[in-house]
Design a protein around this ligand. Structure first.
Ligand SMILES: NC(=O)c1ccc[n+]([C@@H]2O[C@H](COP(=O)([O-])OP(=O)(O)OC[C@H]3O[C@@H](n4cnc5c(N)ncnc54)[C@H](O)[C@@H]3O)[C@@H](O)[C@H]2O)c1
Ligand SMILES: [Zn+2]
Ligand SMILES: [Zn+2]
Length: 359
């Protein structure tokens, strides 16, 4: 058993706390990871708000990289000393989706079997089956993906938001050469969707946000046009920018009904809506069926950008190391483990793309 410092959300909507937690040594098929860096994602805040589920207390943090400290019996994909990115998807190979050859949807993704706990034995619910605002974390070994050596604060971001945004464009949305794209919400996830659209060859990429500063950053990631939705109707603006038609792919990266509807209506006929922003369970949208049918195309939620971590993480690190993917530009600041609550506030004020906790 290992005693380490970690960031927990004890009760709904209360500020997060730095606590001592107990992390078991790895059992069969598990790996103990010495976390080096973990990004602060909006999904951590969703957990703290009770917007994901009510399984408090949560061990937060899930965009992480680190060094394998130890592994349990039967582990052969990683060994102590390996540099890894932790994935929240580790396909089981056996569920009905994996058996149909669609492991990127895996419905029974693997996690550590043993629980990390508070000092009094209360089991913690690790965010997205990871829980990496902690000096050590226990995961299923299959969640640890070995990659080439890279700055930990950059590598960790591939574990969630950046990977989700890139994949929302490249995999879920299937953006390809010559497409027009609109991205609603230019945080870490939305900017990664912009970067992914650029990589895939989109000819026009319209960034939509309500914050001027975010729109400036979006341009630097490859947006060809920007729309401030606090001043202009984004659907109208997007039509004007696309000869009156709308975009081929509209990506919603906020997680709100109004932006989902804007993305729905900003599409050209037969266009694709990708929903990568995570809604609160209370949110609903109302759509006239004739608009749904009449516009055709597809409405597609994007879980983790439909990525396959074992295939995609090493590839993205290689592209980064070759200077072809500016992942380092997502790191706005590095912070201490005690500063997560402050980082949430900065995220809400729009001051950062990613604050990354260094351990
Ligand atoms: N589907 C997945 O696998 C996955 C993975 C990671 C994160 N997410 C989700 O993606 C979303 C974005 O995450 P993030 O970390 O980039 O968050 P963020 O808070 O950094 O970014 C959200 C952006 O949306 C903008 N915004 C807010 N209201 C808006 C509006 N009405 N119109 C346009 N823009 C608006 C904000 O100004 C901000 O720039 C969150 O809901 C997060 O939970 C999903
Ligand atoms: Zn599976
Ligand atoms: Zn995340």
């Amino acid at each position: 058993m290992n005693e380490v410092r970690a960031v927990i959300a004890r009760t709904k909507q209360a500020p997060v706390e730095l606590a001592t937690i107990l992390v078991p040594d790895p059992g069969p098929d598990e790996a103990l990871i010495r976390v080096q860096a973990c990004g602060v994602c909006h999904t951590d805040l969703h957990y703290r708000e009770g917007a994901i589920n009510d399984d408090f207390p949560f061990l937060l943090g899930h965009e992480a990289s680190g060094i394998v400290e130890n592994v349990g019996d039967g582990v052969d994909n990683v060994a102590p000393g390996d540099f890894v990115i932790i994935a929240w998807r580790a396909p089981c190979g056996e569920c009905r989706s994996c058996r149909r050859g669609r492991p990127w949807y895996c419905f029974a993704s693997r996690n550590a079997k043993q629980r990390m706990t508070l000092e009094d034995g209360t089991p913690l619910s690790p965010a997205l089956g990871i829980g990496a605002f902690a000096e050590l974390t226990l995961v299923a070994a299959a969640q640890a993906v070995k990659v080439a050596s890279a700055p930990p604060e950059v590598a960790g971001l591939i574990g969630c938001g950046v990977r989700a945004g890139l994949g929302a464009a490249m995999y879920t949305g299937g953006v390809s050469r010559g497409d027009t794209v609109a991205v609603f919400g230019c945080g870490g996830v939305g900017d990664a969707a912009i970067l992914g659209s650029r990589l895939a060859g989109a000819r026009r990429i319209v960034a939509v946000d309500v914050d001027e500063r975010k729109l400036e950053w979006a341009k630097s990631f490859g947006a060809t046009d920007v729309v401030d939705a606090s001043k202009t109707d984004p659907v109208e603006a997007i039509r004007e920018l696309t000869d009156g038609f709308g975009v081929d792919v509209a990506i919603e990266a906020v997680g709100r009904p109004e932006t989902m509807l804007q993305a729905f209506y900003a599409r050209d006929l037969a266009g694709t809506l990708v929903q990568v922003g995570v809604p609160d369970p209370s949110m609903t949208v109302e759509l006239p069926m004739i608009e749904f049918f009449g516009r055709g195309g597809a409405l597609k939620p994007s879980w983790y950008g439909d990525c396959l971590p074992s295939r995609d993480f090493p590839m993205l690190i290689d592209l980064f190391l070759q200077g072809r993917l500016e992942l380092d530009r997502f790191v706005s600041e590095t912070i201490d483990i005690g500063d997560v609550e402050d980082a949430f506030a900065k995220m809400q004020r729009g001051e950062v793309l990613r604050s990354v906790v260094m351990l």
